[in-house]
Design a protein around this ligand. Structure first.
Ligand SMILES: Cc1ncc(COP(=O)(O)O)c(C=O)c1O
Length: 388
């Protein structure tokens, strides 16, 4: 038996693997505090669940158009207009089974065999694997911790070749929580227009932003930029809806139409009842989002304060998402080994930075109660003290 080389080269998602390991240990009764979660610990707001239940009772159990149901596409169009100042027509929008699926479709749409896709590092684990699946070559653009992991346009320029097809940006970022300022976005957009490459802008953490950071969608900078950008977003993180699997993208018409055709032969429409839930999320009461963001901000501050008190660790302050990304280089250990020791000896699950192409760090999610975070940080502090 042989697996086709296309799939044999793909690595499993390390973030999902560590979350599963932590869950399995907890189930066996082992006392593990998990900092590995890639999803909000909040439940989906009640009015969203109710909309889904209503849809089921009304018999909404059939196929919708492959690109998503018209009412949801219209809600997404309106969301882009209201939140991002982006004017799209409905035929530029495709709803998919999570933002991960939207990204997969985007890479399939833009990437020819051997095309280079630039990915700033540290990066979200899935980008390079999806690029490879599309026949592309991931080219990494290292950022600097001292520059808050932001993209340096001179370094970006030095990586451009005639095969450069696209740049991926993720703001706020998983794993660093850093966001890209308007000035930097302008520089990046100018390069994209000058050197004719696409921008794939992953905005899944858009709503989880703190400290009045002036977050902009790069596509909103000009019509020219919008015409070369695929904006990716979804309801997973903003509305605590990771299990519902609804993501969406907006793109130039030609690309959106190709993606819609592609999707019609792969998954068909995303789950109908989840589309009704997403519609309620986008058009309903936004108070639960505000409550969640405020809780995340408090936890971020708590994490920063506690990490600041652990000798040997240093950490940039994230402005968005729900992760901190402390530097653990003083422990002089590959991050995977460290993560293994932490789960086995200290009873805490963290994601090794190596999974994000950044071995000197670990990622701690603060999608948990302050009590649990405090308990986990006590253990981390003890462990680091014993090692230095
Ligand atoms: C940066 C980033 N993009 C996209 C996704 C995928 O989101 P979804 O659950 O909607 O597929 C995630 C999920 O962890 C993420 O961290």
């Amino acid at each position: 038996m042989k697996v086709a080389s296309r799939l044999a080269a793909i690595s499993p998602s390390e973030t999902l693997a560590i979350t599963s390991k932590a869950k399995a240990l907890k189930k066996q009764g082992v006392d593990v505090v998990s900092f590995a979660a890639g999803e909000p610990d909040f439940d989906t707001p009640e009015h969203i669940k109710e909309a889904a239940v209503r849809a089921l009772h009304e018999g909404q159990t059939k196929y919708t158009p492959a690109r998503g149901m018209p009412a949801l596409i219209e809600a997404v169009r309106q969301k882009f207009k209201d939140d991002n100042g982006l004017e799209y027509s409905t035929d530029q929008i495709v709803i998919s089974c999570g933002a991960k699926h939207s990204l997969y479709n985007a890479f399939q749409a833009v990437c020819e065999e051997g095309d280079e896709i630039i990915i700033p590092s540290p990066y979200w684990v899935t980008y390079p694997e999806q690029v490879k699946l599309a026949g592309g070559i991931p080219v990494f653009l290292p950022t600097r911790e001292e520059e808050d992991f932001t993209i340096d346009s001179r370094r970006l320029k030095s990586l451009l070749t005639p095969r450069t097809r696209a740049l991926v940006i993720c703001s706020p970022s998983n794993p660093t929580g850093a966001a890209i300022s308007r000035d930097r976005l302008e520089e990046i957009a100018n390069l994209a227009c000058e050197h004719d490459f696409y921008l794939i802008s992953d905005e899944i953490y858009e709503k989880l932003i703190f400290d009045d950071f002036d977050l902009a969608s790069i596509a909103s900078l000009s019509r020219e930029v919008r015409e070369r950008t695929i904006v990716i977003n979804g309801v997973s993180k903003a509305y605590a809806m990771t299990g519902w699997r609804i993501g969406y993208l907006a793109a130039p018409r030609l690309i959106a139409s190709a993606i819609s055709n592609f999707q019609s032969h792969s998954t068909s429409n995303p789950t109908t009842v989840s589309q009704f839930a997403a519609l309620a999320a986008l058009t309903g009461d936004q108070t639960p989002v505000k409550i969640m963001v405020e809780a995340f901000r408090k936890r971020r501050d708590f994490m920063m304060e506690r990490l600041g008190g652990i000798e040997g660790l240093s950490c940039r302050k994230p402005v968005g998402a729900f992760y901190v990304f402390p530097n653990v280089s003083s422990l002089r250990m590959p991050s995977a080994e460290l993560a293994n020791e932490l789960i086995e000896k200290a009873g805490i699950a963290v994601v090794p930075g190596g999974a994000f192409g950044w071995d000197s760090h670990i990622r701690l999610s603060f999608a948990d109660s302050l009590d649990n975070l405090g308990k986990g940080l006590d253990r981390l502090q003890e462990y680091v003290k014993s090692k230095l």
